[in-house]
Ligand binder design. Structure first.
Ligand code: MOS
Length: 732
């Protein structure tokens, strides 16, 4: 633990958020703003033959109605492959935007939007993914998980010779992120330059996409996104609304605001795709796995190929000599899916960890013992050592805290009153990614420091953790540090995704501080009487506002004093940190173990997750307070995925039938009982200078499988199709 790192810190932006002082995209007020309201298609596939906007145009307050007929075309459509709104009369999914009404007020725009009438040449949509899994084609390779078919050894051969085999199919429906904040943008042009306030996880990509679409240089586009009210992946890509907002503002020569309604959010961005998986396991009678074959398919749209990388971790988790993973796609007349918290990982591990649980009963072996029996000491796919892997300790700590030893092995053997009790466990896994990131630090002669980097804070506590890291390595109290983000006038940072922000941007903060320390030392050593004479940068440390001898901290000089002696008001450092070469020699992963207790009322078919214990190993913990929060959030997401979340599509119309928080069920407080999160810290010198791995996605990865395994233990019923709603529990 450092002076600040590893200690509990409340969010530096907490007060601003709860008092409403923190502006979200739709809350930027620009004088003279006109308001847009989207009109959505009522068919899933076909062509608009006529669109009548006359009545809407005459409606009070209406400024203009945009349709595919009067909307300017993208300057470089080839540079943005995703769905583009109002660029053609073609309909490729139901509730696709077909017009935007812009009016003086939001209410006038909404009222007029109801008057837009479209006539279509309708074609039959095809959205029944599960009915068409047999038609799946091979997916394109993924930039993060690699080839869509991957093999180790000879999985088929080994499977046919296995003493024990197990095979099953698992399905997951489409799910939507449902962040609290609706997507929104406010855009205006001044002297040919665009400024846009957007909800985004990645302002630099919004900038390049808008510049390409609008035919202007990137430098003429300024994207601002200081606060994001939850995103979970649905603001990684540039959704269609910022293009529309910027284009309308340019056409109308005035600021325009566009905000999605909750209903529009269901087709306004991507979603976790429908997923079908088949798992085959081959093992010895003693439990050692000898073969795993994992086939996955997900739906995509007709305009793009989305590979959800469902099988991404299967070959990296258990010591199995023969493995094969295959990733396939089925085109559907639905929007393109996108990354949703722990994309692929949580889906793939639901199938693999459920299958392993099923195998444990076939072997008459404790599910935890089966995992320990197949514990991988080196990466089974490539033989690389793990940089660190405290998964064994996670299993031990989690099992102990949970009381796994009290589990009676026979299903249906634990009961209390009306309720059957079940224990289930699972393994979680995620990457320890790092991406290049740049940070600017301005150290001021008044003893403060200002840091900026165009990352995002979608909720994990990025403002706070960067402040802590800066305080630690600059030796300045956190109250004297400000960290700015979410602005393309700041140095470039990667998208906030993949759970890589602290590893990437935090390491850049550390690197910048190290450079400043060296520069301060050279300046201090200009003084021949300096107590720091003869010391190298590694022998000094910035602490308590002073540059000090690491070994003899009474010997030092004040940072402010060094700057003042030089007549400097400030010292600036811009530092780009890139992943180290040494990372390539290791397999870099974060792990966790999850233990869940469910209580099932068999007469009602109701499943309650009464307890969850999660032990996580993801390197060093910077801020335990927000870190526990992340892991708890992961558990809550897992409960939703396991028990309630389901985007329902009526395949006759290709239309989403539950686009509201009333009908799409995310867990509420009553669904979440005891959640215990714990960290096993790892001292990882490989991953990055801070020793941090990702945690935000990891926390959810094993949860749906652990819940499903607990439901089986409670009831003796195996439900392989999420979510495990009461009807399925009753029917199984
Ligand atoms: Mo995350 S799905 O990389 O926002």
């Amino acid at each position: 633990m450092g002076k600040y790192i590893g200690k509990e810190f409340s969010r530096v932006d907490g007060v601003a958020k709860v008092t409403g002082a923190a502006p979200y995209a739709a809350e930027f007020h620009v004088p003279g703003t006109a308001h847009g309201y989207l009109v959505m298609s009522r068919i899933a596939k076909g062509t608009i033959t006529k669109i009548d906007t006359a009545a809407a145009e005459k409606s009070p307050g209406v400024v203009r109605v945009f349709t595919h007929k009067n909307t300017p075309k993208f300057a470089h459509p080839e540079k943005y492959k995703s769905f583009k709104a109002l660029q053609s009369p073609e309909i490729v999914f139901n509730a696709q935007p077909i017009a935007v009404v812009v009016a003086e007020t939001f209410e006038e725009a909404r009222a007029a939007a109801n008057l837009v009438e479209a006539t279509y040449r309708r074609e039959d949509p095809s959205t029944d993914f599960f009915g068409r899994v047999e038609e799946a084609e091979q997916a394109p390779d993924s930039p993060f998980s690699g080839k869509s078919v991957q093999t180790t050894g000879d999985a088929e051969q080994a499977m046919s010779s296995a003493e024990i085999t197990f095979e099953a199919e698992y399905t997951i429906p489409a799910e939507h992120h449902n962040p609290m904040e609706p997507h929104a943008a406010v855009a205006y042009w001044k002297n040919g330059k665009l400024k846009i306030f957007d909800k985004s996880q990645d302002v630099y990509t919004v900038r390049s996409n808008l510049a390409a679409a609008l035919g202007v240089p990137e430098d003429d586009v300024h994207v601002v996104s200081p606060y994001v009210g939850g995103a979970f992946g649905c603001s990684i890509r540039t959704n269609y609304y910022p293009f529309l907002t910027a284009m309308m503002a340019r056409e109308l020569k005035r600021p325009v605001k566009l905000v999605y309604t909750r209903r529009q959010m269901f087709t306004g961005h991507g979603y976790r795709p429908f997923t079908h998986q088949k798992i085959q396991l081959g093992a010895k009678k003693t439990g050692e796995l000898i073969s795993i074959i994992h086939e996955a398919a997900n739906n995509t749209s007709t305009v793009e190929k989305w590979n959800d990388s469902t099988t991404r971790f299967t070959r990296h988790i258990y010591a199995c000599p023969n493995m094969k993973t295959i990733q396939r796609l089925v085109k559907t007349d639905l929007p393109t899916p996108c990354a949703m918290r722990a994309p692929g990982a949580v889906s793939g591990m639901f199938a693999l960890e459920s299958a392993l649980d099923e195998l444990s009963y076939k072997l008459d072996m404790d599910p935890l013992e089966l995992r320990l029996k197949n514990y991988a000491e080196v990466d089974p796919a490539n033989g690389k050592p793990y940089s660190t892997k405290a998964l064994r300790e996670c299993y031990r700590r989690g099992a102990e805290k949970f009381g796994w030893d009290k589990r009676q092995p026979i299903p249906r053997s634990m009961r209390e009153g009306n309720e059957l009790i079940g224990y289930g466990m699972s393994t979680g896994i995620w990457y320890a990614f790092q991406q290049p990131a740049t940070v600017k630090v301005v150290l001021k002669a008044d003893g403060t420091a200002q840091l900026t980097s165009a990352t995002s804070d979608i909720g994990p506590g990025t403002y706070t953790v960067m402040t802590i890291i800066a305080a630690e390595y600059l030796g300045i109290a956190p109250e004297k540090i400000s960290f700015g983000l979410g602005d393309t006038q700041m140095p470039k940072a990667p998208v906030q995704g993949g759970s890589w922000t602290t590893a990437s941007v935090g390491s850049a903060v550390h690197g910048a501080a190290m450079k400043l320390k060296s520069r301060l030392l050279s300046l201090a050593q200009k003084d021949k009487d300096s107590p720091l004479q003869g010391l190298g940068p590694d022998e000094v440390v910035l602490l308590d506002g002073r540059l000090q001898n690491r070994k003899q901290t009474s010997n030092g000089v004040s940072i402010v004093g060094i700057l003042k002696a030089e007549g400097m008001d400030s010292m600036t450092e811009v530092h780009k940190e890139t992943p180290s070469k040494i990372r390539e020699d290791y397999q870099l992963l974060a792990h966790g173990a999850q233990f869940v207790e469910v209580r099932v009322d068999e007469q009602l078919g109701m499943v309650r997750v009464s307890r969850a214990v999660e032990a996580t190993a993801c390197g060093k913990i910077m801020n335990p307070k927000t870190s526990h929060s992340q892991e708890m959030g992961g558990v809550v997401w897992g409960i939703g995925m396991a028990l309630t979340e389901h985007t329902e599509v009526d395949d006759r119309f290709g239309r989403i039938m539950n686009p509201s928080l009333a009908d799409y069920h995310v867990p509420c407080c009553a669904d979440v009982r005891k959640v215990d999160t714990d960290f096993i810290e790892e001292d990882d010198r490989v991953v990055n200078p801070l020793g941090v791995k990702g945690m935000g996605e990891l926390g959810m990865v094993g949860i749906p499988a652990a819940i499903s395994n607990a439901v089986y233990h409670a009831t003796g019923k195996r439900i392989r199709h999420l979510p495990m709603t009461p009807d399925k529990v009753l029917k199984a």
